[in-house]
Design a protein around this ligand. Structure first.
Ligand code: PHE
Length: 406
């Protein structure tokens, strides 16, 4: 940033009131963990890619899917939202949930942002792998940057039904009512066949990576760009966690990209969640570690190598609370405070939770109390060291968010 412009991997953008990317956040752009040799996220991405190569072959025996893993993470609001039929007033567009570069651009919030351009370019079977950005809460399974792998497959009537003598008796489309199960443009049989292929593909992926004994379940879901939609959940340490979203691609997206004779499915999975389940990695911050205690455990070339992560001993937590009055004449969002904690506290902060809200009956002022859990991933933290950071967080909050510390 130089006040009026912000540089994102060599592209310059003019700053405006919508800009909320921070220098700290931007320092993650270009790390490309999914491309780093012997990084666990790359191992997982390679396993998924290999699975898709093996499952979908051309008649000549070549993989059908192409892989796009170096698309620029700065996208337009058209790519991230409009092209995916996300309404103008949809909650997912909120400034408090995204990292906007300016009014028209943001760091992609999902790899789905690239669907439209790749379909327009003529790709029918593709994977997109990349870093995605969301302003989120802070805990062991959330980090403002994570990685997704998107898969998309478009099929002609021949691919859905196989080649037959009287191909004209088969049809992908049939207009009707839009229901829970159908978009109202596909024939029931076509949609069912696509759903069956999608689900068997993804269940096969889960068993290939996690083993046959892994517990998984389908949950109905909603996405503006697929219908019907589902999420796959996996049992992880006794808790069901969502590991992917998927569905039948809204036909309007294909039409807008110039495709009239195909039906499609798409899925998007979070690489960190798959890696955490696959290797038993307990904390999402570890993926950013440059420490050999972490990285050395993944130093192998065959991505299918079995490993169980051994915790570099869990150091003690330090817990400090912070309470302040919210400003009266300024907007305040908890997400602004989370960004600030990330910027000032860096990798020392493990969790931030809003533990108490109080409104003064007479003054009409509201106060928030947050509990900050400090813990370094790879070394001991002293209370003294924590106090210095905590003090700096208080001071920065007071000066940049307009809050007054209680
Ligand atoms: N983009 C969705 C998400 O990030 C996942 C998804 C991809 C869902 C493709 C359906 C189809 O949550």
């Amino acid at each position: 940033t130089n006040g009026t412009k912000v540089d994102v991997l060599g592209r310059e953008y003019v700053v405006d009131p919508m800009t909320n990317v921070t220098p700290h956040l931007l320092s993650h752009v270009g790390r490309d963990l999914h491309l780093q040799p012997r990084h666990p996220l790359r191992h997982v991405a390679q396993r998924v890619t290999q699975y898709m190569y093996d499952r979908y072959l051309s008649p000549r025996g070549n993989p059908l899917f192409s892989v796009h893993s170096q698309l620029h993470p700065a996208v337009t609001t058209h790519q991230n939202f409009d092209s995916l039929l996300i309404p103008k007033d949809h909650v997912s567009r909120k400034k408090s949930d995204n990292f906007y570069i300016n009014e028209g651009h943001l760091l992609r919030a999902h790899t789905s942002a690239h669907q439209g351009e790749l379909i327009s370019m003529g790709f029918d079977n593709f994977l997109v792998i990349g870093d995605v950005y969301r302003r989120d809460e802070i805990d062991a399974s959330h980090y403002p940057v994570f990685h997704q792998l998107e898969g998309m497959r478009l099929c002609t009537v021949k691919e859905v039904y196989g080649a037959h003598q009287n191909m004209d008796e088969y049809c992908l489309f049939e207009s009707g009512e839009r229901t829970d199960k159908l978009q109202g443009v596909h024939s029931g049989e076509s949609a069912r066949r696509m759903e069956a292929d999608l689900k068997s593909c993804l269940l096969g992926l889960a068993t290939t990576l996690f083993g046959k004994e892994a517990e998984v379940r389908w949950v109905d879901a909603y996405f503006p760009f697929t219908h019907p939609s589902w999420e796959l959940e996996v049992l992880l340490n006794g808790e069901w966690v969502e590991v992917l979203g998927c569905g039948i691609v809204e036909q309007e997206i294909l039409l807008n990209a110039g495709v009239e004779d195909k039906i499609g499915w798409a899925f998007g999975l979070g690489l960190e969640r798959w890696a955490m389940k696959l290797y038993g990695i307990p904390d999402i911050r570890l993926f950013w570690s440059t420490d050999s205690g972490f990285l050395s455990q993944f130093e192998f070339d065959d991505p299918a190598t079995k490993v169980t992560y051994k915790s570099v001993s869990k150091y003690k937590q330090c817990i400090n609370d912070i309470s302040f009055w919210l400003p009266k004449d300024m907007e305040y969002e908890a997400a602004d405070f989370y960004d600030l904690v990330r910027t000032v506290g860096g990798p020392l902060v493990e969790q931030v939770n809003l533990v108490d809200t109080f409104t003064h009956p007479k003054k009409g002022l509201t106060s928030h109390c947050y509990r900050l859990v400090y813990r370094h991933m790879e070394r001991v933290l002293t209370q003294k060291e924590v106090n210095v950071v905590h003090k700096r967080i208080e001071e920065t909050a007071a000066s940049s968010l307009g809050v007054s510390i209680r």
